[in-house]
Design a protein around this ligand. Structure first.
Ligand SMILES: *Cc1c(COP(=O)(O)O)cnc(C)c1O
Length: 830
């Protein structure tokens, strides 16, 4: 094991302070201060980015037991504040991390494969692991850890007992690949394909191909599809020593593997007639969609090169299973949430999934439902010992263990987790299952595929009608970062999670925002704030319109009210005759004419505030623009902003301490960068609607409202549909689909009779007749193959809120916040 003491020499750094434990070794690399596992042996690398500085978290980490640090700037007060810790200073913590990983890689004697390309990297990697796991003990990147920081962390996991490493590499800018190549040092490679992803970072597609190809400059063998001309052209730059192993579906003569595809009797499969090294075989591929076929052909080429017998290749191909690219969190019975990760079950995947479980700060217990762990390559004692350790580390309180292998290690698991129940198989678990056995808990369901745990997840899901609002948490983070990147340095971020987080469910969104360290949350009413606190959210929360009878709750839950009138201020002061009160936010009316103090009120307000200064602190002053999103109101907006600055400056001066000043909502953030002041208030933009109209493609839609086709009817000409029988008879025969969504779900009745459209099988279907309470009907005459049970997208990706809102004369805000609470929310992330 590498000693911490040898890092300065290895990384070209300076030892600022040696750790008390002079023999401390480097075992775990930590970049994200929120993810400390075992503190002993953990080295924290204080990375710095445009919106992030790892040095900020050193104190917190020290408190949690981390003792080894790699930093870029000297740390104040070292000996006094961090007496036990070791510190190494380097020029770049990122480069130091990469150098350490490269060094570690050099110590590994086995083969290492690298995968790059625009699409399919993760799937090809996971499938190769599935296909080769009978023969190899593989170390591979977890999920899609393929970046400048993901690759070093992945490579660090290589151990002497591994027989093969498979790592993916992704880049978005020139010069990044050379660094990844230096870390991975691959002996063989796969170039999947070249698409438009990250084009923006490069001068041309050729430059991007050439850049990616650098990964393979030192490999012995490279696999790619000969039909991708750009990939082939870039491969010409590789040294002659690199053996090209290519496949073609278009009979390009120099391709080593010739493939001809034919449909199979089973529409979910394809037949591939394959010629290689003078032999010809027909393989059944277990997928029929284009991307999967390409991915599986890369893998097939690798198996052919490895010399596996055809029958064995076929056997393994048929066992391939889809790779779950995302973790889904689903609302379930009795206020529970289920984290659904039912597709694979290996140790790295378990670690990541437990991490996701631990990040749910809800009250109530954390339960893990786990099957036998496969593909670990470890001896069973060691494996289940690790499982027990991971479960304990991540605070699992109840374990339902399913399977024979796991059942043989009851003692070690029972010692690590307070409550453990064992089941011989999934049937036994389902027989035991009853909704009353679960209440307000977060449940991670993680099982190897053959255990069929999707049945367990189904048992947890409430019986619902077929409408769900899918909330894409990755899109939300993307949008958050989009706005963050546009803030003036030092500007704080308050995020509006009022109205159920614009319909997308406040607790989950708030939890994610807390994880991503926004500064403040805001809700409209006290109840909303209480609910967030009850669910473990600890960020400061501003309540915009608390009713006086809820002032006691504000104190109890540390919620900070917005105060907009003298009446409210007096009531607030009276609510608790003595003792300090949560800080307040003063709303200033500069032109909205809704709530707030006018400029003339300050003469009376200031003395009152000073009088109660010992109990009452003003946290901030805010105003709200009446026309932040529209150019035509710019003059008015600027007048509002300067009135605000004047009023806030006076408050600050006369109070004698600094207060946070904030004025801008989402469109304002983009349109008035000069007025970000100390904080901005992000709302609709986070949820995917760019209301200023400046950058319409920059945000990702967060909410997808989906429903299902309940029935399909063939109507002769002249028939009307639904209530009212007015105006919508057609003089031709039609096919009508009834959808399981109505105005009680929040689907606006103004969409009736052709105003609205939904998306089925990628095509638009117009509304027919009136929207009913629980249903509506659409014309699907023009859409081939529509079937009962099909999904219809009501809004979301491909059917934008802005367009739909215009059709009924409203704004996206109304559509988002109208989705009723009876519609189940599902949270997805990659
Ligand atoms: C809702 C709200 C916002 C956020 O507005 P968006 O247009 O959704 O960004 C900001 N400030 C106040 C006072 C609000 O009520």
């Amino acid at each position: 094991m590498l000693r911490f003491a040898s890092l300065p020499a290895l990384l070209g750094g300076t030892l600022l302070q040696a750790p008390t434990d002079a023999a401390a070794t480097v075992q775990h690399l930590l970049l994200d201060s929120r993810r400390v596992g075992v503190p002993a042996g953990t080295v924290f690398f204080a990375l710095r980015g445009p919106h992030h500085d790892g040095h900020q978290y050193i104190a917190e980490l020290y408190q949690r037991g981390v003792r080894l640090f790699v930093v870029e700037v000297p740390v104040a007060n070292l000996a006094a504040a961090y007496s036990e810790a070791g510190f190494v200073q380097v020029n770049s913590a990122l480069e130091a991390l990469q150098q350490l990983a490269a060094q570690h890689r050099q110590g590994f004697g086995g083969p290492v494969w690298a995968i790059t390309g625009s699409n399919g990297k993760t799937i090809v990697k996971e499938w190769l692991a599935q296909l080769l796991s009978p023969d190899e003990l593989i170390c591979r990147s977890p999920r899609s850890y393929n970046s400048q920081v993901g690759v070093p962390l992945s490579v660090w996991e290589l151990r002497p007992q591994h027989t093969l490493g498979i790592f993916e590499a992704g880049i978005s800018e020139p010069d990044e690949m050379a660094r990844l190549a230096h870390i991975i040092q691959p002996t063989a490679g796969i170039f999947t394909n070249l698409g438009p992803a990250h084009d923006a970072g490069f001068a041309s597609r050729e430059q991007k191909a050439a850049e990616k190809m650098q990964l393979f400059a030192g490999v012995e063998r490279l696999v790619y599809c000969r039909d991708h001309a750009a990939v082939h052209a870039a491969a010409a730059a590789l040294p002659a020593s690199v053996q090209r192993l290519t496949w073609s579906r278009h009979a390009v003569p120099d391709a080593a593997v010739q493939v001809a595809l034919e449909p199979s009797a089973d529409p979910s499969q394809m037949l591939a007639k394959v010629r290689y090294a003078g032999t010809e075989e027909v393989f059944t591929l277990p997928f029929a969609d284009e991307p999967s076929v390409e991915n599986v052909l890369h893998c097939l080429t690798v198996l052919l090169w490895r010399g596996l017998a055809s029958a064995e290749i076929q056997r393994r191909l048929l066992r391939l299973h889809p790779v779950a690219m995302r973790l889904e969190m689903k609302q379930a019975i009795h206020d529970c949430y289920v984290l659904d990760d039912t597709y694979n079950n290996d140790l790295t995947g378990l670690d990541l999934a437990l991490d996701a479980l631990q990040r749910q700060p809800r009250r109530g217990r954390r339960t893990l439902i786990l099957s036998d762990v496969l593909e670990s390559g470890l001896a069973p004692e060691e494996l289940y010992g690790r499982v027990a350790e991971l479960a304990a580390q991540h605070g699992v309180q109840r374990l339902l263990a399913v399977g024979e292998a796991i059942g043989q290690h009851q003692a070690v698991l029972a010692a690590a987790v307070p409550e453990v129940l064992f089941f011989a198989d999934t049937e036994a678990l389902l027989a035991w299952f009853h909704p009353d056995k679960f209440r307000q808990e977060t449940i991670l369901v993680k099982g190897a595929r053959r255990f069929g745990f999707e049945r367990v997840v189904a048992a947890f899901q409430q019986k619902i009608h077929g409408t769900v609002l899918e909330v894409n948490l990755d899109a939300l983070v993307h949008n958050l970062n989009y706005y963050r990147a546009r803030l003036q340095p030092g500007t704080r971020l308050m995020v509006m999670v009022k109205a159920f987080a614009y319909g997308s469910s406040s607790y989950e969104v708030a939890n994610l925002l807390e994880f991503h360290r926004v500064d403040y949350l805001a809700v409209a009413y006290t109840d909303e704030g209480v609910q967030l606190r009850e669910n473990g959210i600890s960020l400061p929360i501003m309540v915009m319109n608390p009713s006086p009878d809820s002032f006691g709750l504000l104190r109890q839950y540390h919620l900070e009210p917005e105060i907009y009138s003298f009446a409210r201020l007096r009531e607030y002061l009276q609510a608790a005759a003595a003792g300090p009160l949560p800080a307040v936010h003063l709303k200033l009316d500069t032109g909205m004419r809704r709530l707030g103090f006018d400029e003339a009120d300050l003469d009376e307000l200031l003395p009152l505030l000073r009088q109660h200064a010992t109990r009452l602190r003003v946290a901030s002053a805010l105003t709200h623009l009446a026309g932040a999103d529209e150019e035509q109101h710019n003059d008015f907006s600027r007048r509002q902003l300067s009135a605000f600055q004047r009023m806030a400056a006076r408050l600050e001066n006369e109070l004698g301490y600094p207060i946070i000043k904030h004025a801008l909502n989402s469109p304002g953030i983009l349109r008035f960068p000069e007025a970000h002041f100390d904080m901005v208030r992000l709302g609709i933009g986070l949820y995917g609607v760019e209301a200023a109209g400046l950058d319409p493609t920059a945000l990702r839609p967060v909410s997808n409202l989906r429903t299902t086709v309940s029935q399909i009817k063939q109507l002769p000409a002249g028939e009307t549909v639904g209530y009212g029988r007015r105006g919508d008879a057609a003089d031709y025969p039609r096919r009508i689909a009834t959808l399981a969504i109505g105005y009680a779900d929040g689907y606006d009745r103004r969409f009736s009779r052709g105003v609205g459209e939904v998306l089925i099988r990628g095509q638009r279907a117009p509304l027919v007749g009136n929207v009913c309470m629980d249903m509506c009907m659409v014309d699907v005459s023009g859409i081939a193959d529509v079937q009962e049970g099909d999904t219809a997208l009501v809004f979301g990706e491909g059917l934008g809120l802005t367009e739909l809102a215009k059709r009924i004369g409203t704004i996206p805000y109304e559509l988002l916040t109208s989705v009723s609470e009876r519609v189940k929310r599902i949270f997805v992330s990659e």
